[in-house]
Write a protein that binds this ligand. Structure first.
Ligand SMILES: [Mg+2]
Length: 304
């Protein structure tokens, strides 16, 4: 790994004590995939330097994508959120675990048309906008439902983070799966970060559905490679021409590695320098940068 200090040019004579060094900067990527929380913003605060890095990449003709495991908001909502942090982006440049799930279904399960959605309103809206006959788990059974067979069969159950999750929704999702629906998890994150601490993530709901149905889900989001693979396919870009910038060595970095893409770990999110130094295996990034501004130096994009 090579370390790039905050706000300064890459210093190859600096602290490079952490294992085998990769002393060359990555080749100028054609496509850069940004994680959002911890890279572009933290909660409601912009991460300094992120907007400048996106602008510099666009100026040299590189493509950018923004990839989040969050399943709850629509891509249109992310366009607005990025604009509030000074980043112009189109909905096509945003990939959520919900939109990646939709891409997966189109590509690999074209027969799926009816879906039970156990997730947030934004997830249901995206599924409906994509043309699926999707119904919320809260609506898929009559009010007096008490475990009988559901009124209709469904092709798939898609699970994301559902802040209105309850016993009835769990029962309906499990019943649909036991009746033959495919079980697809948008992501399996166990923790959901808030500005005040952690709440249970989608993965805790996925685990409950798995326990109740006895069926293992197909997981789409990071650390599985499916989201990044879909981005490469849609962009017509090979893994060697792309770069992932992420803050999470348990999600972004292994997903990049499994998709064959080089990665930069930035220390503006969940990982600090001490944690970064101890990473190995799938969690080990190719480069560590203190912040997004330092990635400008890594890619030699800084205009001086
Ligand atoms: Mg993150």
């Amino acid at each position: 790994m090579i370390r790039v200090p905050a706000g300064g040019r890459r210093d190859v004579s600096g602290d490079l004590s952490s294992g085998p060094m990769q002393t060359l900067p990555p080749p100028r990527p054609r496509l850069v995939i940004f994680d959002l929380d911890g890279v572009v913003y933290r909660g409601s605060q912009a991460v300094p330097g992120a907007a400048g890095l996106v602008a510099a990449l666009r100026a040299v003709g590189a493509g950018v994508r923004f990839a989040t495991n969050n399943s709850m908001a629509t891509r249109a909502a992310y366009v607005e959120r990025l604009a509030s942090h000074g980043i112009e982006a189109s909905a096509d440049e945003i990939v959520t675990s919900t939109s990646a799930t939709i891409e997966h279904l189109r590509e690999h399960a074209p027969a799926v048309s009816s879906i039970v959605a156990l997730g947030a309103t934004g997830m249901l809206e995206e599924l409906l906008a994509a043309g699926f006959r999707a119904v919320s788990a809260g609506e898929a059974a009559p009010p007096e439902w008490d475990g009988e067979a559901l009124p209709e069969a469904y092709d798939a159950v898609v699970v994301g983070l559902d802040r209105s999750f309850d016993y009835r929704r769990l029962g309906v999702a499990a019943a649909a799966i036991r009746a033959g629906a495919q079980f697809i998890a948008t992501n399996a994150d166990l923790r959901y970060p808030t500005p005040h601490g952690f709440l249970p993530g989608a993965g805790t709901i996925v685990a409950a559905v798995q326990a109740a149905s006895g069926v293992e889900p197909l997981v789409i989001g990071k650390p599985q490679p499916g989201m990044f693979q879909a981005i490469l396919t849609m962009g017509g870009v090979g893994p060697a021409e792309a770069l992932v910038i992420g803050d999470n060595p348990d999600a972004d970095i292994p997903a990049a590695r499994r998709a064959g893409i080089s990665s930069v770990l930035v220390l503006t999110g969940v990982a600090d320098a001490a944690l970064a130094d101890g990473l190995d295996g799938d969690r080990r990034p190719d480069w560590i940068a203190a912040d997004p501004a330092a990635v400008l130096d890594l890619l030699d994009l800084r205009v001086s």
